[in-house]
Ligand binder design. Structure first.
Ligand code: ZN
Length: 438
């Protein structure tokens, strides 16, 4: 997948929380990841919410009475208020102004404004243009369609040996902006590429969600909460991952969740500059996953984060502020977390009563000389030596100050040598890989 090429294809589409721009975007993503399109019909109730009408835009513009076009949706889809109802007519300047949204302190920027749950019409304009509107009358043409339809979600599922699932979630429901929201899908697509390349050896299953923000995630949870509660072991919301700010990991609500431990182990043993935030119910859709009653332990991966960069929700959130390096780094972090979850298992000792004699088993050098490579043998002894005290491989790796997945070979050798047993091994003895996904 070429990230920038995919970005260029997705960027111009008129996405919203429903509509054809959203479907087109999901079908482009679906060229790279096997995605199921789920359609939730208008009026469907989801907890405290309801799926709204579907919104599509044919054209929208504002002209003066001489026919000079001042604003055109065709130039930038941010010009139209998100979910604007249709409106046609000639109106006085004083009537028009309350329908225009602008940002005085960013005079060149078009603000991103929506009215999903109350019917309004309107345009979003740079303050420079707003200020120059000095005619008495204007012609408004908003040809939109707001009618019963459906809300679309893209869902992928990669089956591993276990039916236990890791959830990878991002947003897809904003029009032409880059960091919010295309960075999340692009990062997730990169991580999914890794999963697809390793699909035959995955221990866990992966549920991949591309949801319109808030309502899409709430709708999905309302339909799948029972399944997720019994299958989910960790979740990650991936959004705002493309700006040049440093990597930010926002923890899930329970500090000791697997979602947190798998990620913190990577951050604490690696070289990435980063910051760690506790869970707060502000931000992206980790709010829904961690909400009372839902409580699916879901952390968030971002850079600066929502509202914490000046171009947020304006036309200045464009290709210029997007860093391919940040996307790669964010995806690399997520892949390392996945490798940690894949590697993790509960461990208990089989051999007891002083150290096992590893050289007898061909796992330690018999030459007592400085400079001999003892690293694998030492890792095997460390895993065994902590196995009756530490809960799992991540806990052992934290003590050894290495990424959990870097102990894969030592774990395998120690299991093979019969000095420890892993929970996964006993699982695999009894359960063979099932062929049919849920
Ligand atoms: Zn947003």
């Amino acid at each position: 997948m070429n990230t920038i090429e995919t970005f260029e294809r997705l960027f111009p589409l008129n996405r919203s929380i429903t509509g054809n721009g959203l479907r087109q975007s999901l079908s482009i993503i679906g060229e790279h990841i096997p995605l199921n399109m789920i359609e939730y019909p208008t009026g469907m109730s989801c907890f405290d919410w309801e799926i709204p009408k579907e919104w599509n835009v044919k054209e929208a513009w504002l002209e003066d009475m001489e026919g000079n076009r001042i604003i055109d949706f065709a130039d930038c889809n941010l010009h139209l208020l998100g979910y604007s109802i249709p409106f046609q007519g000639v109106i006085r300047r004083e009537e028009l102004l309350p329908h225009l949204y602008t940002l005085k302190d960013m005079p060149g920027a078009i603000p991103y404004v929506t009215s999903f749950y109350e019917e309004r019409w309107g345009f979003c304009v740079p303050y420079n243009i707003f200020e120059s509107l000095d005619r008495s009358h204007y012609r408004v043409h908003i040809d939109t369609e707001l009618k019963p339809g459906s809300l679309t979600i893209g869902e992928g599922y990669l089956r591993g040996r276990s039916k236990q699932e890791v959830l990878l979630h991002t947003y897809i429901g904003h029009p032409s902006m880059a960091n919010d929201q295309l960075s999340g899908p692009l990062t997730l697509m990169m991580a999914c590429k890794w999963l697809l390349d390793h699909q035959d050896s995955l221990n866990f299953s992966y549920r991949i969600l591309f949801c319109p923000e808030t309502i899409g995630t709430i709708a999905y949870l309302s339909q799948n909460i029972e399944h997720l509660k019994s299958h989910l072991i960790a979740g990650y919301v991936v959004a705002f991952t493309g700006d040049r700010g440093q990597l930010t990991f926002k923890m899930s609500k329970d500090k000791n969740s697997l979602a947190n431990r798998a990620a913190l182990n990577i951050l604490k043993t690696g070289h990435r500059e980063h910051q760690i935030m506790p869970y707060t119910p502000y931000g992206a859709d980790e709010r829904q996953f961690n909400s009372p009653g839902i409580n699916l332990e879901t952390a968030a991966i971002m850079r600066s984060g929502p509202g914490r960069y000046k171009e947020y929700h304006t036309s200045l959130d464009n290709r210029d502020i997007l860093s391919e390096e940040s996307i790669k780094d964010s995806a690399g972090f997520l892949i390392e977390i996945i490798k940690n979850i894949e590697a993790n298992t509960a461990i208990s000792p089989i051999h007891t009563m002083c150290e096992p004699k590893l050289d007898k088993r061909g796992l330690y050098t018999t030459l007592g000389k400085n400079g001999e490579d003892k690293s694998l043998g030492r890792q095997i002894l460390a895993i065994w030596g902590l196995s009756d005290n530490h809960d799992d491989l991540i806990a052992i790796a934290d003590t050894l100050q290495v990424p959990a997945y870097s102990l894969n070979q030592a774990l395998h050798k120690a299991t093979e040598a019969g000095i420890i047993r892993t929970e996964r091994e006993s699982e695999h003895d009894t359960k063979s890989k099932e062929q049919n996904p849920v």
